[in-house]
Design a binder for this molecule. Structure first.
Ligand SMILES: *Cc1c(COP(=O)(O)O)cnc(C)c1O
Length: 385
């Protein structure tokens, strides 16, 4: 199916067909896993379809990259070995020593660690802003700011950033807006269509969707930036392997139906928690009293599968709920079909302890899976005691 043809299709159709052309050799309807490092050349420099060496390009990875570009309504996508490898590539493509990045005050712990423990040693400066407030972001931008970095919904507090408003700030200040779209997935929100310059993904999460692969991606509509990112992807080398690319491509096909169920179940779980006496506060953008509800309703198709809450009994009670849950598996990560529970303060966000990004000690984060909502609620009821 040609690109021109694809552009008229809706998301659900693109998810299944973009990048998934039948194999020209056999007609196989699923792209093969090209588990190969190098390619026969027809005479020196005579490459077949541009394939030379699998760090530079591999047909299974190309299929995934075409799919991701279509799903994010972008022109160019690049697939990496992990979400952090994608972030690292973006930062080293765009920033040099002395440059500055504005980051959210509740960034994913690994993203914060990349800035505070790695990029800082190479002279890249960073400042924290409340990305739910465009005025706070505007105030944090300096002359040297190369990127405004946003996660929405954010991790783990599910804050909502107004992507269109922040794109405006980025344009006004002559810098670029990056949106980590891991939590929403392109099914719920397409940041490039709202004015963002680059989308970052941990495809490990909802894109892959089955907790069986680690991967990352960058997507942009800026062709020149896309070329620079592709140059660095090859020059630095943290590419997605063929099998990992194939798993994410397979997961992407069911993204829409999975997200519909994640959102439905998360809504039911959030409503249950909001009425429970041992729960002090629930964070879910779908609840009408969530401070980001209106912005989320404007820029998202639905409110996602992540729910966080504070245990009324403090940190010990939060840890106890995590330990007592059975159907919710105690573990890091998110976005798979199976439900997960975790204590961000001691698990995913432990590296933010003592910083401006420290999370409340009584916080519990849920990745609500696609099991029966009744079973999930019964498990939480039992775990809360
Ligand atoms: C997991 C995650 C990352 C990092 O991705 P990896 O695939 O684990 O390297 C980045 N951002 C968010 C929001 C995440 O949840």
């Amino acid at each position: 199916m040609s690109h021109d043809h694809l552009s008229s299709y809706s998301f659900e159709t693109l998810a299944i067909h973009a990048g998934n052309q039948a194999d020209p050799l056999t007609g196989a309807v699923v792209p093969p896993i090209y588990q190969v490092s190098t390619y026969k050349q027809d005479g020196v420099g005579g490459l077949r379809n541009g394939y030379e060496y699998s760090r530079s390009a591999n047909p299974t990875r190309s299929a995934l990259e075409e799919n991701l570009a279509a799903l994010e309504a972008g022109r160019r996508a690049l697939a990496f070995a992990s979400g952090l490898a994608a972030e690292d590539c973006l930062l080293r493509t765009v920033c040099a020593p002395g440059d500055h990045v504005v980051i959210p005050n509740d960034a994913y712990g690994g993203t914060f660690r990349l800035f505070s423990k790695v990029m800082e040693r190479w002279g890249v400066e960073w400042g924290v802003a409340d990305t739910t407030d465009p005025a706070s972001v505007r105030a944090a931008v300096r002359d040297t700011t190369k990127l405004i970095w946003v996660e929405t919904p954010s991790n783990p507090l599910l804050g909502i950033a107004d992507i269109a408003a922040l794109a405006e700030v980025a344009r006004e200040k002559g810098t670029r807006l990056v949106v980590d779209n891991t939590f929403a997935s392109p099914y719920l929100q397409q940041p490039l269509t709202l004015g963002a310059d680059v989308v970052v993904h941990s495809t490990t999460k909802y894109m892959g969707g089955h907790s069986d692969v680690v991967g990352g991606a960058l997507v942009t509509s800026d062709e020149a930036l896309g070329d620079e990112l592709a140059f660095h992807q090859n020059a630095m080398g943290a590419v997605a392997g063929p099998f990992d690319a194939w798993l994410v491509l397979r997961g992407a096909k069911t993204l829409g139906v999975r997200m519909d169920r994640h959102c439905q179940n998360a809504t039911a779980v959030a409503e249950f928690l909001a009425g429970h006496p041992r729960v002090a506060q629930v964070y879910y953008p779908g609840l009408p009293d969530h401070p980001g509800h209106d912005v989320a309703a404007k820029q998202m198709r639905a409110f996602g599968g992540m729910v966080s809450f504070r245990a009324a009994g403090g940190m010990e009670a939060a840890v106890e709920v995590c330990n007592r849950a059975e159907l919710f598996t105690l573990g890091e990560s998110l976005g798979g079909v199976e439900s997960l529970i975790e204590h961000p303060g001691r698990m995913t966000h432990a590296s933010a302890a003592g910083s401006a990004l420290e999370v409340p000690a009584d916080l519990v984060r849920l990745s609500v899976g696609i099991e029966s909502a009744d079973d999930l609620i019964a498990d939480l009821k039992r775990a809360l005691g």
